[in-house]
Design a protein around this ligand. Structure first.
Ligand SMILES: Cc1ncc(COP(=O)(O)O)c(C=O)c1O
Length: 481
């Protein structure tokens, strides 16, 4: 017995390192605070994109301990100064990240208190906060109170949950699979295709719909295609629309598609991961008419509410459809009583679930909704400003965007236009002052701008235009034009 106690005491001595003293905590906190202040104060002086790979040796786990200060320095050189700087306002490519500070305070609070947001029984407070956030989103998007939802790690998992529910509601399995049809825009985010495969619907018929000149689904063509499929003996069961496509920010005609879905008893899913929160902007509300007709909707607070990466959301009207695959009980969970609340674990593949709702709840309560809406409106105006400036310096821009994603290209005639713009993109990446990304629109190589970072300001756009002009001159020199 004495040996046992002595062994426990010896191990306790070693493991006590995991509970730093108040002095150690204060020291960590002050180092971190200094680091974060420096990061934020200098963020716009640093590049938005750094080409290069990290030193694997420095990042590998080895037995030798390092000081917190040394680790912060490694973090700067090997993580922050490699690749895209997602917290920078200069991130104007892909769909930019956010990272508002008060959300990080929420994360710290959650990590230290380690609240569990899987089952109401474990943390009724945390689960109630998450469910109240979902209730708020139901109100914003015109979903009924009885709808269920989940705060996921991002849009991809949120879309996966929605497609699982659609599959289960329409019983797309066994011999029904190959006769069943899903209608999609060719501009749909690839995570929908991923979800189709993950949910075992790879062999379903996927019809890529025709688009209009603004890259929106042509609803008349959708109607015709569904009618033809029915006449040919297929089983149309789902249509997916986008409230803001990734490539061009297009919002599909949500109401018209909703009516077609209702008439044909299709599951209507809307992916609003990028664009959904623009519904809060008075100037764009009309585009979202009909969003509440969806059976399921995805929105990403880590995009449209400027939160740090790691927070998507899904709303689904049919609780039973979601529960079919996600709700489980087990002997070891017999104590868990939900008290009339929805358990997040019943609407998601996750059981042990990070309490990610606090990073949204805290900022919404601290700041109110107004600064978020102002920020969305600001991004819309900055998109127009950027496009105007680019036109002024000789670029061609894509059609007037619905939201804050657009594209442009240099109309070069002396050399192949695609090659010219690809080289220009390469030089913009090399420069890195502002990060832009590229895409292909109907075979044409174009440079994409996506303005969604809360830190993107009018000065950022001016800086971007100066950089683009600088890189344009270098591109012309490269092609000897
Ligand atoms: C329209 C759309 N849907 C879904 C996703 C995937 O979301 P996530 O990257 O959060 O998984 C994205 C990501 O950019 C998107 O733009």
């Amino acid at each position: 017995m004495d040996d046992l106690i002595n062994n426990i005491i010896a191990l306790e001595k070693i493991s006590s390192e995991l509970e730093p003293s108040i002095e150690q905590r204060n020291s960590y906190n002050s180092n971190l605070q200094e680091f974060l202040n420096d990061f934020i104060e200098n963020i716009e002086n640093n590049k938005a994109y750094y080409i290069g790979s990290p030193d694997k040796e420095k990042l590998a786990i080895n037995p030798e301990k390092k000081s917190f200060k040394d680790l912060l320095s490694i973090y700067t050189s090997e993580v922050i100064k490699k690749g895209i700087n997602p917290a920078s306002g200069g991130h104007v490519g892909y769909i930019p990240g956010g990272g508002i500070y008060t959300a990080a305070l929420g994360d710290t609070l959650v990590s230290v208190t380690n609240e569990y947001a899987g089952m109401y029984y474990g943390s009724p407070g945390a689960v109630t906060i998450e469910n109240e956030l979902l209730n708020w989103m139901k109100d914003v998007f015109g979903f009924p109170k009885e709808a269920v939802g989940n705060l996921s790690s991002g849009g991809s998992i949120a879309n996966l949950i929605a497609l699982t529910a659609a599959r289960d509601k329409h019983k797309i399995k066994n011999e029904r699979v190959t006769k069943s049809v899903i209608y999609l825009s060719p501009q749909i985010h690839h995570c929908i295709h991923k979800a189709i495969r993950i949910t075992g619907m790879e062999d379903v018929q996927v019809r890529l719909l025709e688009l209009d000149g603004y890259s929106r689904i042509d609803s008349e063509k959708l109607k015709e295609t569904v009618a033809k499929d029915r006449a040919d003996g297929f089983n149309p069961f789902m249509v997916v629309a986008s409230a803001g496509t990734t490539d061009t920010g297009a919002v599909d005609p949500l109401e018209q598609i909703g009516l077609i879905a209702q008439e044909n008893k299709l599951w209507y899913h809307i992916d609003g991961a990028y664009g959904g929160f623009f519904v809060l902007s008075e100037s764009k509300k009309h585009l979202f008419k009909g969003i509440g007709m969806a059976d399921s909707l995805v929105i990403d607070p880590h995009k449209g509410l400027f939160l740090p990466y790691g927070l998507g959301a899904v709303l689904v009207k049919d609780k039973e459809a979601v529960f079919h695959s996600h709700h489980y009980t087990a002997n070891y969970m017999q104590d868990s009583i939900a008290n009339g609340q929805i358990n997040p674990a019943d609407v998601s593949p996750e059981l042990t679930k990070h309490f990610r709702g606090l990073r949204m709840w805290l900022p919404l309560n601290l700041h109110g909704i107004e600064p978020f809406v102002a920020c969305l409106d600001e991004k819309l105006l900055l998109t127009t400003y950027f496009r105007n400036k680019l036109s002024d310096v000789g670029f061609e821009v894509g059609p007037e965007p619905d939201l804050s994603v657009s594209y442009f290209w240099y109309p070069e005639t002396q050399v192949n236009q695609n090659d010219f713009n690809e080289k220009l993109m390469e030089l913009i990446h090399k420069d890195g002052t502002v990060f832009l990304s590229s895409t292909k629109i109907e075979g044409k190589y174009v440079i994409r701008m996506a303005i969604l970072s809360f830190r993107t300001k009018i000065e950022t756009i001016d800086k971007a235009v100066t950089m683009i002009e600088r890189c344009l001159a270098q591109t012309k020199a490269y092609f000897k034009i």
